[in-house]
Design a protein around this ligand. Structure first.
Ligand code: 5GP
Ligand code: ZN
Length: 112
């Protein structure tokens, strides 16, 4: 399968891994849009149709708990942070992922 995130996960494409568990991995975004911009994803190739299907009941809670580890690691609970999960036309890579964004003195430019 031609998935850039699967290639990162299996080591074909290098990345900076910041946190890893049995089921999830967090890497630095290659084009950061905030001082801390981490991509968090399941190690398995899960696409939106699967992730929102509810077949794996604990998927999103496990995912968010893991993402909270990234938030703690970068002290984003002190600086402020934003979590983004893109879908459909907003999503560039089909492998499910969330963006953890934040850092000292950073504010999203859209004001939300
Ligand atoms: P999306 O728009 O799908 O929510 O976000 C995909 C993200 O993946 C983009 O922010 C982009 O910068 C990031 N990205 C794309 N290719 C690579 C890569 O090869 N390595 C890393 N670390 N991030 C990537
Ligand atoms: Zn994939």
């Amino acid at each position: 399968m031609d998935c850039i995130f699967c290639k990162i996960i299996n080591g074909e494409i290098p990345s900076e891994v910041v946190l890893e568990s049995k089921d999830f991995i967090a890497i630095k975004n290659i084009h950061p849009k905030s001082p801390v911009h981490i991509l968090v994803m399941p190690k398995a190739h899960v696409e939106k149709t699967d992730s929102i299907s509810g077949k794996n009941e604990s998927f999103w809670s496990d995912f968010m708990l893991f993402a909270n580890g990234v938030i703690s690691k970068y002290d984003l609970d002190k600086f402020g942070y934003r979590i983004i999960n893109n879908g459909a036309g907003y999503q560039g890579v089909d492998h499910e992922h969330i963006h953890v964004m934040g850092g000292e003195n950073w504010r999203p430019s859209d004001g939300l």
